[in-house]
Design a binder for this molecule. Structure first.
Ligand code: ACO
Ligand code: OAA
Length: 375
């Protein structure tokens, strides 16, 4: 028997939700290239596409958006809960704690029932932006701003978080970021979600667990670390030695490398293009640093198939949109609700409890030693 470390290269599902060609740098959602969706669609439409397998008709989409917007308002008990938390609680932990509480507002009769899948999806898409924006305001001792359903999904989030309405351009940029983060086959957090749902736990438990999985620095948590890494650079001439030093110490370069992509992550390319366009209008020193960092890191890592991933450039865009650094990974989670839900729903069609095995390499017949005799 052999151990498949990290399950690398082992298929655990058949799925029609998204497709990656890691050699060519291709990503498709339900067969549609990511570039085309970023160009033409909006996040909630993409969420619908991912979960229901097709683009919605005009009426289907109207109903879906209206159902999500009905859930932008959260119960005052959730705000009370947030108000009791220590002010320095990381927003990923806040999110991980808040999502299971949403189940108190839905009578989940049967996890296999598609009604639950729909209800949980629209509730989480509606509640999560409000929880995050409220936590940003509460933790800064600012007044919570109620949602404004007349704004687009992304505009409303920026408004609730910042306290001022974003421009149309800011709303569009944010929406495109959400599309790019919505889904990515069986990554660690999506795998977590389907493992949880395979026990027939509800979708809130699956998503809460997935949020925990996404928070780690080898996964979504890298976007926050990239921002700190780049912000610490005072002089661009130091970049080559900073990279050398990290590699010498066997440290990972945050925002670089991927289990599946052995070339440039197509999402990073789109984010970089968006930043490049914005930087021609307004000088952005962090983007300039990131570009030089990328060039220098690629000189050392590119030949090993280690390139920028989605987490490398996203934080610089979020920074431009006025989103505080600790909220970069939570914003990733907000978008990924779509992918997690799509996979949970798909997995339950032919559910099989996840229960892998192990190769035991411990001892046998070892006897209990009373505490006073232990060394
Ligand atoms: C949304 C996302 O989750 S995207 C990924 C976000 N995570 C990061 O940006 C963190 C930095 N990146 C990494 O740690 C890795 O690239 C991972 C974990 C994402 C994927 O790596 P894996 O496929 O598991 O490869 P693994 O960890 O086995 O690394 C293979 C080799 O590449 C090296 N390597 C991989 N990524 C990096 C990196 N970012 N910096 C330096 N070296 C790296 C490893 O040190 C290892 O070298 P070795 O064979 O000499 O020991
Ligand atoms: O696919 C992965 O392993 C990580 C990733 O890029 C994502 O989840 O977006």
């Amino acid at each position: 028997m052999k151990v498949y470390s990290g399950l690398a290269g082992i298929p655990v599902v058949k799925s029609s939700i998204s497709y990656i060609d890691g050699e060519k740098g291709i990503l498709e959602y339900r067969g549609i290239p990511i570039q085309e969706l970023v160009e033409n669609s909006e996040f909630l439409e993409v969420a619908y596409l991912l979960v229901f397998g097709k683009l919605p008709t005009v009426n289907e989409y109207k109903k879906f958006v209206s159902d999500v917007k009905k859930h932008l308002q959260i119960d005052s008990s959730i705000i009370n809960l947030l108000e009791k938390l220590p002010l320095n609680t990381h927003p990923m932990k806040v999110l991980q704690s808040a999502v299971p509480v949403f189940s108190a507002f839905e009578d989940v009769e049967d996890v296999l029932d598609e009604k639950h899948h729909y209800n949980a999806l629209v509730r989480m898409l509606g509640h999560v932006p409000t929880v995050l924006a409220s936590w940003k305001r509460i933790s800064n001792k600012e007044d919570v701003i109620p949602p404004d359903g007349s704004l687009s999904y992304g505009e409303n989030f920026l408004y609730m978080m910042r306290g001022e309405k974003p421009s149309k351009e800011e709303g569009d940029i944010f929406d495109k970021c959400l599309i790019l983060h919505a889904e990515h086959t069986i990554n660690a957090s999506t795998f977590t979600a389907i493992v949880v749902v395979s026990t027939l736990a509800d979708f809130y438990s699956a998503v809460s667990s997935a949020v925990g999985s996404l928070s780690g620095r080898l996964h979504g948590g890298a976007n926050e670390r990239v921002f700190y890494m780049l912000s610490e650079i005072k002089n661009t001439e130091d970049i080559p030695s900073i990279i050398e030093e990290k590699l010498k110490k066997k440290e990972r370069i945050m925002g670089f490398g991927h289990r599946i992509y052995k070339t440039y992550d197509p999402r990073a390319k789109i984010l970089k293009d968006m930043l490049k366009k914005l930087s021609t209008k307004k000088e952005n020193s962090l983007y300039r640093i990131a570009e030089i960092f990328e060039r220098e890191a690629l000189k050392r890592l590119g030949s090993k198939g280690i390139h920028p991933n989605i987490d490398f450039y996203s934080g610089i865009l979020y920074n431009m949109l006025g989103i505080p650094v600790q909220f970069y990974t939570p914003v990733f989670a907000m978008a990924r609700i779509a992918g997690w839900t799509a996979h949970c729903k798909e997995y339950l069609k032919e559910n099989k409890l996840f229960r892998p095995t192990q190769i035991y390499d411990g001892g046998h017949n070892i006897h209990y030693i009373p505490a006073e005799k232990r060394k």
